[in-house]
Ligand binder design. Structure first.
Ligand code: ATP
Ligand code: MG
Length: 206
C-alpha cells in the first residue's frame, strides 16, 4: 500500500484452538467462513493439551484428537494442524498457544477464531491484555444471536455468524455412546476413525 516496490501484505493466519473431541462440521464451517470473510491465507487448527475449563470429564487422548483433526482438514489446502499445545506440558492457555505460534511465524497477522461463548469469558483468561495484542479475535455466533459488549475491546474483536453452530462435540460423543449415527455431523473419515478406535463408547477406547 503506497510506497515503492511490491511489498506484499502480511500473511493472514487464522488460529482455531479446540479440544476437537471430536472435530465436527461446525468447526470446519466456522474456519471456512472466517477464511472467506477475513481473507485468511491459512487456518491452523490447534488441538489442546489439558484444558483449564474441562477438568470434569474424560477427554480422548491427544493423539486421537490430533489425528481426527488431521483427517478432517487434510483435503483443504488452506487448513493445517499444529501440535504446539499437545506437545507442551501441562494445561493449555491460549496465551502460550499464541506465543509458540508467533515464535514459528514472526511475520504473520493472527486471527484467533473462537465461539462467542468462550469469547465472553475471555477477560477471565490468563493474560487477557496480551491476548488482544497478539491477535485479532473472531467470535463466531449463531445467526440471529448477538454478543453485547462484555467489555471486549471493539477494535480487537469481530463477530461472525456461522450456520452450523448447533453441532457440538458433546452431542457427537453422546450420540456415539448411545449408538446413534454421527454421519454428516463430522467428516466421513472421522466417523470411520471413531469406529476403528471405538472412541466414546462406555468403558472402551479413549
Ligand atoms: P464440547 O461440546 O466438548 O464443548 P465443542 O463442540 O464446543 O466441544 P470445542 O473443541 O470445545 O468443540 O470447540 C473449539 C472451538 O470451536 C471453540 O472456540 C468453540 O466455541 C468453537 N465451536 C464449537 N462448536 C462450534 C460450531 N458448531 N460452530 C462454530 N464454532 C464452534
Ligand atoms: Mg465447547
Amino acid at each position: 500500500r503506497g510506497g515503492t516496490g511490491a511489498r506484499r501484505a502480511r500473511r493472514r493466519t487464522g488460529i482455531m484452538g479446540g479440544t476437537f473431541d471430536p472435530v465436527h462440521h461446525g468447526h470446519l464451517v466456522a474456519a471456512s467462513e472466517a477464511a472467506a470473510e477475513f481473507g485468511l491465507d491459512e487456518v491452523v487448527f490447534v488441538p489442546t493439551g489439558l484444558q483449564p475449563f474441562k477438568t470434569d470429564r474424560r477427554v480422548a487422548p491427544a493423539e486421537h484428537r490430533y489425528l481426527m483433526t488431521v483427517i478432517a482438514t487434510a483435503s483443504n489446502p488452506t487448513f493445517t494442524v499444529s501440535r504446539v499445545d499437545i506437545d507442551r506440558e501441562g494445561t493449555t492457555y491460549t496465551v502460550d498457544t499464541l506465543r509458540d505460534l508467533r515464535a514459528e511465524r514472526p511475520e504473520e497477522e493472527f486471527f484467533f477464531i473462537t465461539g462467542a461463548d468462550a469469547l465472553s469469558q475471555i477477560l477471565t483468561w490468563k493474560n487477557a491484555e496480551e491476548l488482544f495484542e497478539a491477535a485479532h479475535f473472531i467470535g463466531v455466533t449463531r445467526p440471529g444471536h448477538d454478543l453485547d459488549g462484555h467489555g471486549l475491546p471493539v477494535d480487537k474483536v469481530s463477530l461472525l455468524e456461522v450456520p452450523a453452530m448447533a453441532i457440538s462435540s458433546t452431542a457427537c460423543r453422546e450420540r456415539v455412546e448411545r449408538g446413534k449415527p454421527v454421519w454428516y455431523l463430522v467428516p466421513d473419515g472421522v466417523v470411520q476413525y471413531i469406529n476403528k478406535h471405538r472412541l466414546y463408547r462406555v468403558d472402551e477406547g479413549g
